[in-house]
Design a protein around this ligand. Structure first.
Ligand code: GLU
Length: 453
């Protein structure tokens, strides 16, 4: 090890220790920080300015973290209390921007890991958006429509004090879709007494939403995968694909993959997975999940050739060329990675945020599997959110084809930036290193230009 790389390593170790001390027991946040720190040694070796400016210690500390009480009344008239969060992580490039997650597992660690990833993801899109994230430990499963609405209104009663079209712009994530965005926006509008469409994204098309926003994360993931395959002289045509999850990201990743000729044979929800060797019938999945809001196991009642297996991890036992984890963090571990490799997988594309464990990632890299990391590959959602903000501020709505073409061009741009950064730092094709370095440099340079912030 050279002297400069030893110095860089010592710096990284010291800041990581501070992160562990300041954020005890926040293992998902530590994981996200560790993953990015690993990639940055070559930058600090080449440009010591980032160490002199102590950028790392600044970047891992949120600008602001809000935690609040959400009281609401359920259908039996019980008073219930949940905890809400918003992390306003970094505003060097633009207003804080990031989704809102309603899930029983939400806590400070989950929100901070998501907010931290969001900083670099948003920077990679090339759009003027900083990093933020929010949510609650509220579990929307089995709740009535009235309960969902009252909860969203109570959540917004507090959140409204901290957000705005030029300050912080939330959107959806797990458990927060078009219905919840509508209730959140409606309550914000009542509180403010003015129509500020750009305060939240993912809105319905009839009140300021953007075409393609619903499809954007899934479509963007497939556009990114398409670029990777193109570089190998290949395409999606005829490839066997497995996609975990059956929510928004997963559904539209399947849709675009099928449009491009792929054979999608499996998807899942948190209870189990389905395997349909004839190809997943997407209309059925959409009806079950988007309209009926039921479990994915309903699928096999209509398609008797398909099988349903309880336990969501089992989906990675299905042999495939391309695996797209689109469900949640740490859903793909080392054991599943080895199974996928054993069964001949060629490419992994992360649609969810941080779906692979650190050991799974190492296993893929060591076996030369093409790997698309989430912060690059799933950036299409937030990219189109930014296009929604642009339409809101100019009070114009763009056509479907125009937004889709921009999404594709943004994903191609992200791929190019990642490849170039991986090449410059001697790891051509390693998109993990490429994405981390390209995202980090954009944010770090903006921070340095703005003084000690
Ligand atoms: N929740 C999505 C993400 O993880 C989208 C965020 C947004 O549109 O602001 O990137």
């Amino acid at each position: 090890m050279s002297q400069s790389s030893e110095r860089a390593q010592r710096y990284i170790d010291r800041v990581f220790e501070t992160v562990e001390q300041r954020n005890p027991n926040e293992k998902e946040f530590h994981q996200a920080v560790k993953e990015i720190f690993h990639s940055l040694i070559p930058i600090f070796e080449k440009y010591p300015i980032y160490m002199e400016q102590n950028i790392l210690e600044r970047i891992v500390e949120p600008e602001r973290m809000i935690s609040f009480r959400i009281p609401w009344v359920d259908d039996e008239e019980n008073i219930r209390v949940n905890r809400g969060f918003r992390v306003q992580f970094n505003s060097a490039i633009g207003p804080y921007k990031g989704g809102t997650r309603f899930h029983s597992t939400v806590n400070a660690s989950i929100i901070k890991f998501l907010g931290f990833e969001q900083i670099f993801k948003n920077a990679l899109t090339g759009q003027p958006i900083g990093g933020g994230k929010g949510g609650s430990d509220f579990d929307p499963k089995e709740k009535s429509n009235g309960e969902i609405m009252r909860f969203c209104q109570s959540f917004m009663n507090e959140l409204a004090k901290h957000i705005g079209p030029n300050t912080d712009v939330p959107a959806g994530d797990i458990g927060v879709g078009a219905r919840e965005i509508g209730y959140l926006f409606g309550q914000y509008k009542r509180l403010k007494g003015s129509y500020e469409a750009g305060v939240i994204t993912g809105k319905g098309i009839h009140y300021g939403g953007s075409l393609v926003r619903k499809e954007a994360t899934g479509y963007g993931l497939i556009y990114f995968v398409q670029e990777m395959l193109k570089d190998q002289g290949e395409s999606l045509d005829g490839k066997t694909v497995v996609v975990s999850g059956s929510g928004n990201v997963s559904t539209y990743a399947m849709e675009k993959a099928i449009q491009l000729g792929a054979h999608v044979v499996g998807c899942s929800d948190s209870s189990g997975y389905i395997y349909d060797k004839n190809g997943i019938q997407l209309d059925t999945v959409k009806r079950i999940k988007e309209v009926e809001r039921k479990r994915i196991k309903e699928y096999v009642k209509e398609h008797t050739n398909a099988t349903y297996t309880p336990g969501f991890e089992g989906i990675w036992n299905i042999p495939c060329d391309i695996a797209l984890p689109c469900s949640t963090q740490n859903e793909l571990d080392e054991k599943s990675a080895k199974t996928l490799i054993h069964n001949g997988v060629q490419l992994i594309g992360e649609g969810a945020n941080m779906p692979s464990t650190l050991r799974a990632i190492t296993t893929f890299v060591e076996n030369n599997i093409l790997f698309a990391p989430a912060k690059a590959a799933n950036a299409g959602g937030v990219a189109v959110s930014s296009l929604e903000m642009a339409q809101n501020s100019s009070k114009i709505s763009w056509e479907f084809d125009k937004v889709e073409a921009q999404l594709q061009s943004i994903m191609q741009g992200i791929y190019q930036d990642c490849i170039e950064a991986s090449e410059e730092y001697g790891k051509r094709g390693n998109l993990i290193i490429g994405a981390n370095i390209a995202g980090f440099l954009k944010v770090a340079d903006a921070m340095i230009s703005q003084g000690v912030i």
